[in-house]
Design a binder for this molecule. Structure first.
Ligand code: BDR
Ligand code: CA
Length: 309
């Protein structure tokens, strides 16, 4: 099993990603850390706790940054709803946050325990950047960062930038330039990981309030949201990063040097990917370009179905 920490901002698609990760026998989820992003730090933390508690898993949850490291917070409530979890109201959590902050937990669980951690990030990179600034040796304790974020070409939050990078570009730049091996699961890949209405239906029996029900509610919400823009498919951004960590053969990657624009008039938050190798800089990132959609859907279905009761 791969020891992982999942840093996230739940979040409708983060919720599906957590449901997957917590069911996988390939991942040993050591902790879940939350960050302000899709919603405020308070809401994403409460959602993280509620999800773990609802799924009856014993995984610690720690809170992180209240805002991006140098900018005010831009949430995505128009996509994920007022609570961050669309229309779903989960019961109050039966567990509490750790008193340790996300960045201290990264350090304690990797460097102090002498166990390299694979970090999966599904939100803005504020927590990871704070950790790298606070603990210069932390990079030796992280085997890889699999990140949902960025893209080679277009953006989804601005014409140039994907949301997770746009929300905290300075943090993302620190992470890309840290020297830690990165797999960037960006829009080039996640836009190939969509679900049809029938596929959502096929995820399992959701007649009881279980993980299948929660995943399907989120998927349906994402599907409806996309159809408002005339796209008939629910794009699974964050679940793609979990899938890539579970089974790297699902994605295709190319090695490039990547950094982040932080000062553009129109392009702040854009991941600048040196596809033509004009900088002469050594590649620092495996950039995911393809997703094997059929196998992705099968993996997703298998994991979600394991919650059937
Ligand atoms: C990313 O932005 C967030 O709104 C989603 O949860 C996902 O992490 C997609 O651009
Ligand atoms: Ca997210």
């Amino acid at each position: 099993k791969i020891p992982v920490i999942i840093d996230c901002d739940p979040g409708t698609d983060d919720t599906i990603a957590l449901i997957m990760a917590l069911a996988s026998d390939k991942l040993d989820v050591k902790a879940i850390t939350t960050v302000a992003g899709n919603q405020t730090a308070e809401k994403t933390a409460v959602n993280g706790l509620k999800i773990v508690s609802f799924l009856d898993k014993s995984v610690p949850v720690a809170r992180g940054a209240e805002k991006p490291i140098m900018r005010p917070l831009v949430t995505a409530g128009h996509v994920h709803g007022e609570s961050g979890m669309a229309h779903v109201e989960l019961p109050e959590a039966k567990i509490e946050y750790l008193s340790t902050k996300a960045w201290d937990l990264f350090y304690e669980m990797s460097i102090k325990n002498d166990e390299k951690i694979h970090l999966i990030t599904l939100g803005p990179l504020s927590n990871v950047a704070i950790a790298l600034m606070k603990y210069p040796t932390l990079k030796n304790g992280i085997s890889r960062i699999t990140m949902m974020g960025g893209s080679i070409g277009y953006g989804n939050d601005t014409p140039a930038a994907e949301y997770n990078i746009f929300a905290d570009p300075e943090a993302a730049k620190i992470v890309f330039e840290s020297g830690i091996p990165i797999t960037m699961v960006g829009l080039d890949c996640t836009h190939k990981a969509w679900l049809t209405k029938n596929e959502i239906e096929s995820m399992g029996d959701s007649s009881k309030q279980n993980g299948v029900w929660l995943a399907k509610e989120m998927m349906q919400h994402i599907h409806e949201f996309a159809s408002r823009f005339n796209f008939e498919g629910a794009i699974m951004h964050d679940p793609s990063a979990i899938a890539a960590a579970i089974d790297p053969t699902l994605i295709q990657t190319e090695d490039y040097f990547v950094t982040v624009e932080t000062k553009g008039d129109y392009t702040t938050g854009k991941t600048v990917v040196d596809t033509m190798r004009v900088t002469g800089k050594k590649p620092n990132t495996q950039v995911a370009t393809e997703m094997d959609r059929e196998r992705f859907v099968d993996l997703l279905r298998g994991l979600i179905k394991s919650y059937e009761i």
